[in-house]
Design a protein around this ligand. Structure first.
Ligand code: KE4
Length: 428
């Protein structure tokens, strides 16, 4: 596959940027191939600077649920940009986006726009600690909530432990306040609460995990988290940055009928521009400055262009009849096709789907946590990934990511992807 111009661009980029990228996963590290440099994208397609066209299932890691460059979003942005790009002052667009979000996420009684999922989760944790006056937080091994210090912490796999930093630069002191537990293990959570529940400010969870590959919650997990946090006065934070708007329009909290205390949204909520939102119960969020003492601020928070893209995107999600249902059905058609392609080639895979999120593990057993995800066959994953890329199917270059369907993907795209998977499995 012709990637000459991308190769040269990668060499130049590495002179200026760590790994030649603006975010690590884009570097294709470990995939024995350079990343295509992208020139543009439209609908379900993404195009690199060597002129290759791919069917795109990364969708900018989730935001592009409508497909790239949706005409209504583009038109709204073109108008908005002529009115200026940033004011650093209140605009009605922030309120308009908040009203749309609250329609879909009624638990978000009060909310604040920020610029990334990292900012949303970092701020939600600060509010939880400020509101409860407690220091410790619980997260789950394999869940990713952005790169805030207290969340870059992982336990030893499979056991409850006080976290150790998973990145240099995160201090032992910071890590000591983060407890990392195995995902889907409600007993481990109850045990820790019995030991030190009165010190725990919050449990933060990806209610449908997408950062260890796609791992849905087992039946008793989310209700168990809701019960134990209520019992000990800790807050339950749903990080729906990735699964929001995808597992259901109202996210995991709608699908599983759980009301969290705080919710973090990102990606789709900004329609592909830098925007995320954290929010929740009024009595908690009124502690955020300037109403309360928990400080959080941002020069570009509520940026009018990001609000415009988010508003246009959410309006389409809300106004299009059965949007989420149809997208899930399209995703199922692809997943079923991939599953039967693997079966016919005698390749053992586990397919996962949650609404319009999907993924596969090269594993003979179902994957329910990080330890089982790590045990999947990474070598086979790499061969599959490279073969699909060669056939112009653009997938995430990591076993620990999730793939995304968009409204722009056609039946032709899906058939092409299934045919490519058949060839890839046969070549394994
Ligand atoms: P950002 O700071 O990247 O906007 O959001 C952080 C974040 C928070 N919560 C969840 C559940 C997330 O999935 C993310 C970010 N997701 C990754 C993809 N696994 C973003 C891609 C990247 O890091 O480049």
């Amino acid at each position: 596959m012709e990637l000459q111009k991308s190769g040269a661009a990668f060499v130049r980029a590495k002179k200026f940027l760590p790994g030649g990228v603006s975010s690590p996963v884009r570097s294709y590290a470990g995939m024995d191939c350079n990343p295509p440099f992208i020139s543009h994208a439209k609908g379900s397609k993404i195009f690199d600077i060597d002129g290759n066209e791919y069917v795109d299932y990364v969708g900018s890691w989730g935001p592009m649920i409508l497909g790239h460059a949706h005409p209504k979003v583009v038109a709204a942005l073109q108008k908005a940009v002529e009115r200026g790009t940033s004011y650093g002052a209140p605009t009605e667009s922030e309120t308009q986006l908040a009203e749309l979000v609250q329609k879909i996420y009624p638990s978000m009684e009060v909310m604040r726009p920020v610029n990334s999922g990292t900012e949303a989760t970092m701020s939600a944790l600060r509010v939880a600690r400020g509101f409860t006056g407690r220091d410790k937080i619980i997260k789950f091994v394999g869940c990713y909530h952005g790169h805030a210090d207290s969340l870059l912490v992982n336990a030893g796999s499979g056991a409850a432990t006080f976290g150790t930093p998973s990145s240099p630069g995160v201090t032992k002191g910071t890590a000591a306040d983060t407890i990392a537990l195995p995902y889907n293990d409600i007993d481990a959570v109850k045990k820790i609460f019995d030991e030190c529940g009165e010190q725990i400010a919050a449990v933060i969870v990806e209610p449908v995990a997408g950062n260890m590959g796609l791992v849905p919650p087992v039946e008793n997990f989310l209700p168990g988290l809701r019960d134990v946090t209520k019992k000990f006065g800790a807050l339950l934070i749903f990080d729906e940055v990735m699964c929001g708007f995808r597992v259901a329009l109202g996210g995991a909290q709608e699908k599983y009928k759980i009301v969290p205390d705080l919710t973090c949204l990102g990606k789709i909520v900004g329609g592909g521009l830098p925007c995320a939102i954290y929010g929740g119960k009024e009595k908690i969020m009124r502690n955020v400055s300037p109403d309360g003492k928990v400080y959080q601020a941002g020069t570009l928070s509520g940026n009018p262009l990001a609000m415009t893209a988010g508003i246009e995107t959410l309006k389409i999600l809300i106004d299009t009849p059965d949007f989420t249902k149809k997208l899930s059905e399209k995703t199922s058609a692809l997943v079923e096709g991939i599953k039967s392609a693997a079966k016919n080639s005698g390749v053992e895979i586990q397919t996962q789907q949650a609404g319009s999120m999907f993924g596969i593990f090269f594993s003979p057993v179902e994957v329910t946590n990080y330890e089982e995800s790590v045990a999947a066959n990474q070598e086979l994953f790499k061969k599959y990934f490279l073969s699909m890329l060669e056939q112009k199917i653009y997938l995430a270059p990591s076993q620990f990511e999730t793939l995304f369907m968009s409204a722009a993907h056609t039946d032709g795209d899906i058939q092409k992807t299934i045919d490519a998977a058949k060839k890839s499995f046969a070549a394994l």
